[in-house]
Design a protein around this ligand. Sequence first.
Ligand code: KIV
Ligand code: ZN
Length: 388
Amino acid sequence: MADQLIIFDTTLRDGEQSPGASMTKDEKLRIARQLERLKVDVIEAGFAASSNGDFDAVQLIANHIKDSTICSLSRANDRDIARAAEALQGANRARIHTFIATSALHMEKKLRMTPEQVLEQAKQSVRFARNLCGDIEFSPEDGYRSDPDFLCRVIEAVIAEGATTINVPDTVGYAVPELYGNFIKTLRERVPNSDKAIWSVHCHNDLGMAVANSLAGVKIGGARQIECTINGLGERAGNCALEEVVMAVKTRRDYFNLDLNIDPQHIVAASRMVSQITGFVVQPNKAVVGANAFAHASGIHQDGVLKARDTYEIMRAEDVGWSNNKIVLGKLSGRNAFKQRLQELGVSLDSEAEINSAFARFKELADRKSDIFDEDILALVNDESVSA
Ligand code: KIV
Ligand code: ZN
């Protein structure tokens, strides 16, 4: 039987740390609704203690999203953890994600703490969090550049205190796939209580290897949770891209042999929505969600695809939510044409007020973007009724 792979989306937390990508709480709720449609297992909604705005966003999402687990990040201290728990009170399923750096560099230069102090603080924080919430994730920040002996001690201790997920971040995107996979494998083998927690990977993309490293962490290391973001949004060069890692696991199920809850039909609309809200354009040749990801330009390829799609297509555009109907509406289009297109797309909005509000957003977008595709319209309308 295949194992389940948990998809933990951090677009709203790590993704938002991308310079220029900040979002309002209503925009975050729109994205969270789309992530719920996508059937993401865990949504990291923010870092509740970092600001009142982040607290409000986590609380709003916890109160409205019922199918996914809602998570808040927190530093390893009681104040942050209590604030996270407070923001998560309305959630059906809540997770507190606490972290502290464990690499020699971070401990000495950033935290100015000794390893023993870090170990104590990690233990104490997980113990405190566990009294407030049954689902606790612990991350040793800069884990991949940490001394493995020390890391094993910290991980063993926090599992003993009740951590249910152990996430090993490659915080600065320094890893390469084989080494990262083996790193996770070694930790799992050496930590005596390792089977009491789910192991997770969190890879940054500084060397363009976040997806490959995450997959190695799963395949070689045995991790069963991947942390990722829509369009690979995130600090510096970003995080592991959800759409790529999900479609790799699905398309190469023969190799990974893992089950996922994700419904890929909502991937393209999610990508469009995040791009529209943040203003971060998706490069045309981006895997899965780029405008050219399924385009065939050369005569030989077109001929092949017309004869048999498998000749040059390893996955189906429609399976990730691309429609056949390409350029459709623009800034001169009227409300009726928009309404008609909604019907064709199978979208039913509950009231005229909702149609009006979606139409207003469509017009706003059409002012910025000359060609509006069906995917843009789906991203616009899949997020009605956002106020708290
Ligand atoms: O990259 C990182 O180390 C993080 C942690 C807070 C999980 O984002
Ligand atoms: Zn990160």
